[in-house]
Design a binder for this molecule. Sequence first.
Ligand SMILES: O=[N+]([O-])c1ccccc1O[C@@H]1O[C@H](CO)[C@H](O)[C@H](O)[C@H]1O
Length: 511
Amino acid sequence: MMPEEFLWGVGQSGFQFEMGDKLRRHIDPNTDWWKWVRDPFNIKKELVSGDLPEDGINNYELFENDHKLAKDLGLNAYRIGIEWSRVFPCPTWTVDTEVELDTYGLIKDIKIDKSTLDELDKLANKEEIIYYRRVIQHLRELGFKVFVNLNHFTLPVWIHDPLAAREKALTNGRIGWVSQRTVVEFAKYAAYIAHALGDLVDMWSTFNEPMVVVELGYLAPYSGFPPGVMNPEAAKLAILNMINAHALAYKMIKRFDTKKADDDSKSPAEVGIIYNNIGVAYPKDPNDPKDVKAAENDNYFHSGLFFDAIHKGRLNMEFDGENFVKVRHLKGNDWIGLNYYTREVVRYSEPKFPSIPLISFKGVPNYGYSCRPGTTSADNRPVSDIGWEVYPEGIYDSIVEASKYGVPVYVTENGVADSADMLRPYYIVSHVSKIEEAIENGYTVKGYMHWALTDNYEWALGFSMRFGLYKVDLISKERIPREKSVDTYRKIVQYNGVPDDLKDEFLKGEE
Ligand SMILES: O=[N+]([O-])c1ccccc1O[C@@H]1O[C@H](CO)[C@H](O)[C@H](O)[C@H]1O
């Protein structure tokens, strides 16, 4: 059983859930992803699916309905995302701020005060603020603890034009996280949102999975993620800028959200980061020191580097895992949101880029993310529709790794692409059991949020991947329960842990 105050919830983002209203009144054409997924070249090359987000599930209008579905499951936590581009459809560059740099060229502080907020207020789309306030208020009325995430992959197109960025090999101005200008604008956005929503929100996160943005955007040109270039120098800049952006947003949220929303909160603003692949790279051959080193490097590249910076003020600017500089102003993180889907199994391989020595690993096929749908993994585990191995042990190891930083952990995403609902009940039971085990062994995990309540738009893969406890009919927008999963999750939530009958049904013979 979980501790009494354990949070059970679901997670969602803006871009993947909001759009889909019939009259197209609530489309948001102002993101990089909007532009990216309809680009004829991308569609022709099958980099993206050709599905469009405006044909999606329409949570924008149906949020009350979705909140009620979550309530009926017995949930008490709900994670949402704010779309930067909805609040600021036009550039905020013109709002002047003083920026203080450190000796490494990182931004140490940025002067944002009440008059800056007034200027930003003139540029903000007030209707969208009113809208997000309604959404949060409705969640609060239903008794949910609300988690608000500021950035989930998408960037305003005025700050990132992915097609121009690709075409001009990142030499044009709108290059997203490769440019330090984005850090400054993000700090303004964070300050403004904290001010505009702070009375209703105590649990904040800056980013969702920053390393996915970097790796799929700048090191995997066929991933289907914008801007689809291969450029290790850009990847390094993007990582440093996102670390810097987290640090500044952390400060801004603390500065401008001074009002406690919930009685049970420790402070008016608990600011964390949502992160995936935390310590879940495993060596193919645990007896081969080179493979062991490869996994260690992989783990450091994916999470250690970022976490060392924001928790210890210790920055590995060389990307070698060996040389560090002290950058105290980067420190600041109150909780870790852990997203877990599967593991990685890696072998040693000579560093692909001389300037990133940590990338001395390569994935082994038929494990983790590299499986084929409709098969079982090399380890004889089930594989999801998206080709990801089901490996519940990984969530335990991920909790252990995240716990090293001394802040509470919330599982902010966990789920499976499974349109037939054959795997999901087992997936939920096995992963939640591992979380229970971690808690029994003394680790601090304070919540579990399933991804997702409903089907949604799975980025480059469009609507083909079905992560919902509720299936969504994309024509009628009807939510149809995937009965077995809905039942399973409801039982777990009611019991506040995995009851014995579910363990018997799904985990017999595993232990
Ligand atoms: O979006 N991704 O490409 C990606 C790759 C590896 C692990 C998580 C991950 O992103 C995460 O995954 C889920 C399901 O795929 C959602 O789409 C979510 O938006 C994202 O945060």
